[in-house]
Structure formats: structure tokens, C-alpha cells
Design a protein around this ligand. Structure first.
Ligand code: JHZ
Length: 387
């Protein structure tokens, strides 16, 4: 597979593209699901094209999270909030509105600069124990360390835990959000498995991990973003936070779903192969009827789906996307051109394959006219359907 966020310019199309193995394994000891091949982080994240803040859904989600956290835990003005993988500073912006001191950490220099222009203090580097020491020295201890869709991107999970532990205030908390493994399996979200995501977390392996570093999970909440995510609240042992019932409930759920049995993963693999077969048969049958098909949302996960299934520009003429950086570029591996969303209303293709299925509600609402004019969306996840 090519790097799923490795969008190409026109001149890149003539150069041979790098491809990397994409294999996912589950450990039959601690049941952590991980990739076996790790691409150096500098290749993937130093110049990054993903920004969540172009989605209204994500803006509302981050705002509700920041306001809710301050309210629930009585955070005070001037408390320090550090966000790992802070991107363009959107989440921290909502904490700053509530008068917190904020600091972002993100290796993507291009996006860290966008955050700084918005006045969000940002260090453009990878979060490590070394960096945590520097932050502690310069800014002091953090009341909260957040990491939304960032922990799965970090290879050295032990280094992450040590850094977070060092940085946290005695009663501080580490709150991480990521797509939940149980949802990934239940809803066949195979296309979220790609090089950027090194781990796919259930709660049980994380309990083991944090225990090794004198920390514990004290609460878990479900959130609807990215196909079903969870917020996991972690504190140092001996802090004022004591584990809530939710932790025990998630552990029970995972045992019930047999996430500690190989069969759960084998069945998932079988269902994924079925999605590929059904989608390709369907797209080819539409093409043989001379239907015009395009794609919606040049998401990284979309690139996994296209490459895995073998959807090329012969089947999908182009993809529309709201992110200006992606427009005018081509998808990695499949070389499908990307245009602004407005192209859909102008061209009115018969079918649009929704690659950003996690934003189905927002996108279908936005494209109500296209659908009224007869356009139809093909959605693949959790199962193939037309809306
Ligand atoms: P989206 C990213 O994956 C990458 P991706 C990352 N590795 C991660 O962990 C996950 O997110 C969580 C477009 N769009 O956010 C914008 C429209 O065109 O699902 C995006 O290109 N119109 C950090 O890349 C794409 O769809 C719209 O109205 O799979 C969505 O990509 C909306 C809402 C989105 O992430």
C-alpha cells in the first residue's frame, strides 16, 4: 500500500511511488492489535495534510469535549492543558476560550504554523519523555494532557506513558480519544487500518500498559465520531480519581465480544473480503450500464479502500473534497484526481461512492440538492448500500 495520506501533485505522477507492507496482527498474550511494519514517523507526519477542523461535526465535537471537561472536573483559569497531536489547535482553542493556558505538540511543522498563527502556542516535535521534561521545566505540570486520534500514531507507547506521567500534576488526567476496536470489528471498518495507525485499542490491553507505568484508567465514555470512538480517562495511581463502573463494564463487554479469542479477528477478515467482492461487482455492473461514478471525501481511509479493492480512475472519474490542500492533487496508488465539492452539483454524476463514511450525516445533508436531482450515494461501511 502507498502511504494513505501521501497525496500526489501532477509532477509526482511520473515518479515511482513507494509502497509499504500493511499487515495487522493481534497479540495472543495481551490482545493488543498492532501493525508489524512501521514507516518512520518523519516520512508520515512532518508535512501533513490532514486537518479535522474542516468538518462541522468535528468542531462541535471538540467544543463539547472541552466545555464538558472543564465543567465536570472544575478546571480553573490558568490550568495548563497540553494536547499531543494538536494539529491546527482547534481543540486547544476551545480550552483557551475558557481561560486555560494551552500548549500544543505536533510534529507537522506546516500545521503547527497554522496553529501559531491562531495564537496557540505549539511545539513542532514528536511527544517523547525528553520533550515532556522540557515542557515541565518551562511551563510546569499539566492539569490535563489530551490526545485525540494521536495515540494510535505513536510507536513507543512506553515512552508516551513515561512522558505523560512525568508531565501530569498529582491529580492531573490524561484523556485520549480514538476509534474503539470493538466498533472497528463490529462495523467492518477495515479501511481505518493503515500505516498511520500503529495500534487498534481495546480497553484490556491498555489497562495492562498503564499499570506498568503506575497509572490507571478511571473512566471511559463513548463518542460517535470516526465510526465509534471512546474517550479514555487515565490518572496516576494514588490520585484523587478512582475507577468508575464504566471501566469494569467495558472489560466485561470485551470478554463478551471475545476480543481475547482469535476467531473474532478471523471472522472480521472474512467479512472484509466479502465487502471487497460485493463493492467491485457492484461498481463494475454500474460501469457496464454506462453510469458515471465519482467519489466523495479523499480521506486516508478512502485510499485504503480504493487500493485494497482495486478501484482505479477507470471506475471512479474523480473525488471531491473540502480540504483545499488536497484539491488539485491525486490519490496515492490509484491516481484519481481530487476536485472541490462544488464540482458535484455542476456535473451531477449518477453515483457517488462515499469514502468519508464517518461524515455520512454531514455530507448527505450538504448534498441534498444532488440527491433530489437523482444522484445516489454508495456507502460501503458497515455494509454495502445505496442512499
Ligand atoms: P477523515 C484521519 O483519517 C487521519 P481520514 C488520522 N490518521 C486519523 O487518525 C483519523 O482521521 C481519525 C473530506 N470532507 O476526517 C475532508 C469533505 O470533503 O475521515 C477529508 O479529506 N466534505 C489523523 O483522512 C475527508 O472528507 C465534508 O463535508 O480518513 C474526511 O477525512 C466533510 C465533513 C469531509 O479522516
Amino acid at each position: 500500500m502507498p502511504i494513505p495520506n501521501g497525496f500526489l501533485s501532477r509532477k509526482d505522477l511520473t515518479i515511482k511511488e513507494e509502497r509499504y507492507p500493511l499487515e495487522v496482527y493481534v497479540c495472543e498474550d495481551c490482545w493488543l492489535v498492532q501493525l508489524t511494519h512501521v514507516i518512520p514517523a518523519e516520512i508520515m507526519f512532518k508535512n501533513y495534510l490532514y486537518i479535522p477542523s474542516t468538518s462541522q461535526t468535528m468542531l462541535e465535537h471538540f467544543k463539547a469535549f472541552a466545555v464538558g471537561l472543564v465543567d465536570e472536573y472544575g478546571l480553573k483559569p490558568n490550568d495548563l492543558i497540553v494536547d499531543i497531536g494538536s494539529n491546527d489547535g482547534t481543540l486547544l482553542g476551545y480550552f483557551r476560550e475558557q481561560e486555560m493556558r494551552v500548549l500544543g505538540v505536533d510534529p507537522a511543522s506546516n500545521i503547527a504554523q497554522v496553529a501559531r498563527l491562531k495564537g496557540i502556542d505549539t511545539i513542532d516535535d514528536f511527544f517523547t519523555e525528553e520533550l515532556a521534561k522540557k515542557i515541565d521545566k518551562e511551563y510546569g505540570k499539566a492539569k490535563v494532557v489530551t490526545a485525540t486520534n494521536a495515540v494510535a500514531h505513536i510507536n513507543d507507547l512506553h515512552g508516551l506513558c513515561q512522558g505523560v506521567r512525568l508531565l501530569l500534576d498529582k491529580d492531573g488526567m490524561f484523556v485520549m480519544e480514538y476509534p474503539y476496536l470493538a466498533d472497528l470489528l463490529d462495523k467492518n471498518e477495515f479501511d481505518t487500518i493503515y500505516h498511520e495507525h500503529l495500534s487498534y485499542f481495546a480497553i484490556r490491553p491498555l489497562i495492562t500498559l498503564f499499570k506498568q507505568h503506575g497509572m490507571q484508567i478511571f473512566d471511559i465514555k463513548r463518542t460517535p465520531v470516526h465510526g465509534g470512538s471512546i474517550l479514555v480517562y487515565v490518572s496516576k495511581k494514588g490520585s484523587r480519581h478512582t475507577p468508575k463502573d464504566t471501566v469494569r463494564e467495558f472489560v466485561q463487554l470485551e470478554l463478551l465480544k471475545k476480543l481475547n479469542k482469535k476467531e473474532a479477528y478471523d471472522e472480521f477478515a472474512r467479512r472484509v473480503a466479502g465487502i471487497k467482492r460485493d463493492l467491485m461487482e457492484y461498481l463494475k455492473s454500474l460501469k457496464s450500464q454506462r453510469k458515471r461514478i465519482v467519489g466523495y471525501g479523499a480521506a486516508a481511509k478512502g485510499n485504503v479502500l480504493l487500493n485494497y479493492c482495486g478501484v482505479t480512475s477507470e471506475l471512479l472519474s474523480y473525488i471531491v473534497d473540502s480540504i483545499p490542500y488536497k484539491q488539485g492533487r491525486y490519490t496515492p496508488g490509484t491516481h484519481i484526481p481530487i476536485y472541490p465539492e462544488a464540482r458535484l452539483a455542476k456535473d451531477r454524476p449518477d453515483y457517488t461512492l462515499l469514502l468519508a463514511w464517518n461524515f455520512a450525516d454531514e455530507i448527505l445533508k450538504k448534498q441534498v440538492k444532488y440527491r433530489e436531482n437523482g444522484g445516489q450515494f454508495i456507502i460501503t461501511i458497515p455494509y454495502l448500500r445505496v442512499e
